[in-house]
Design a protein around this ligand. Sequence first.
Ligand code: CAA
Length: 258
Amino acid sequence: DTAYDTILVETRGRVGWITLNRPEALNALNVQLSHDLAAAMTAFDADEGIGAIVLTGSERAFAAGADIKEMEGLHGRDIAVGGRFDAWRAVADVRTPVIAAVAGYALGGGCELAMMCDVILAADTARFGQPEITLGVIPGMGGTQRLVRAVGPYKAAELVLSGRLIAADEAERIGIASRVVPAAELLDEAAALAAGIAEKPLPALYAATAALDAAVETPMAEGLRLEKHLFASLFDTADQKEGMAAFREKRPPRFTHR
Ligand code: CAA
């Protein structure tokens, strides 16, 4: 596996693992990390041997936000022009299912990064929040848009306007966390979930993430059209024939991910 400065990357069977690795800054997201993460995610996404990606941090922090020390001196034009945040688009656009395994702080850009993933598995130690307002800014990596879609406008407004941090149980109740597990079991649970997803037929996984993403990005009629198109296209895959034949023959399917 390629070596990166700010992340650790590993392949376990059909699962790609990425661990954010800036312990000195609670995994604060600097520009280098955004480029490393986009490159690693894109490489896994291009690999037919990978059916799921786990993105995790440390016990203390998934990520404590964008790197405040790196941003502090910037002017509006530095961010508006020059594609400083463009790498995050590549991270969000990954079609392989991505599971965020979150322990400790997922704040600001860290919460926004978790929300770019498909599933958010939270340790009971996880704390989510969008504290940007306390720094004189607002979320800038999709937080206002993804949070409203995840939890509704009034809960999102309370979090973005107050900067209040919420614990894992509240995050699960309002719909940021898919599921909460004891911290000691987080990585095992993420591994089991990812392995289960990764053995599913790849064409159907790609279609599912595309359809699910469309649900939050497009009007209903357009989303339904896309779903119908993707559903139809899967009937031209070998894995659909195999999956349905295996059901009829009462045996486990042997997918070729084609
Ligand atoms: N950027 C840069 N460095 C950070 C950081 C960040 N977002 N978060 C933590 N660090 C650094 C700290 O500066 C500290 O470094 P030093 O030891 O060199 O001083 C180290 O990580 C450990 O952090 P603390 O000593 O602060 O640890 P703590 O346990 O006392 O507090 C915390 C933890 C409550 C998470 C606190 O670090 C904190 O409030 N961090 C900032 C959270 C935040 O405001 N995030 C939003 C960032 S803005 C953003 O994300 C914009 C966007 O949407 C794109």
